[in-house]
Design a protein around this ligand. Sequence first.
Ligand code: ZN
Ligand code: ZN
Length: 167
Amino acid sequence: MNIDVERLKEEGEIDLAEIVSLPRIAREVVDIESVDDVSVRLHATYHHPYVIVRGELDTVVHYVCSRCLAEFARPLSAPFHERYTTDEHKVEDEVRFVGDEVVDVTPELEQAIFLAIDNRPLCKETCQGLCPVCGRDRNVEPCSCDLRPIDPRLEALKGLLSDHGSE
Ligand SMILES: [Zn+2]
Ligand SMILES: [Zn+2]
């Protein structure tokens, strides 16, 4: 998604609305299966020597639940707020140099989504996850596996018994 800096300098401000595809997010985040096309609305203003862009992104993220591995979709909204500069002497960590041409804001759009996604997505707060013993999805069907940790004293006793048995 591009902002025409020359036109922005002439007009002072520009409103932009576009639907963009950001496939890098699903490629880089293991818990994300795909991201729907992103609706981006931006308002760009020029204050010499800065291009200031504010706006909002909306999409639907298709996550993989980190407990049960089921896929689920959740809407995502992320704010966008960036500064660029047309003066190479004003470049800072968060202020990219864009010259007088066209600025491609795609890297910052991706960054805004990265900051807003769920880092440990759960299909629901109460997701029971997969049984570590039998692998069954415990949301669908509870299993009777014994998941209690073994008491260390019992473990020692078991060791004694098996030592004895091997004699
Ligand atoms: Zn789940
Ligand atoms: Zn089980």
